[in-house]
Design a protein around this ligand. Sequence first.
Ligand SMILES: [Zn+2]
Length: 90
Amino acid sequence: MSVSINLSCPVCGNKDLKTRTSQKVGLLAAQTVAYCPSCFSIMNITGAIEKTKTAVWTERPEIHRINKPLKQVDPNQLDFISELEEPPQN
Ligand SMILES: [Zn+2]
């Protein structure tokens, strides 16, 4: 199976390069030999992970108090809803 690579062929400009072989050269890097199915050129490509970010997940209990998708609610309106539901302070 050959996988498409989102790079253009430097010889003919074909936008559908294919992977011929791919191997790991370290924890964060890989070397690939790719070919162009249009002009049959062969290219060596090196790829490395340069920057990684992880997601931060936030609990959103307010989705139970609104009747439309969260992204469609005005953020100022959400503050108003949570103020109404806070327990009274003594
Ligand atoms: Zn080509």
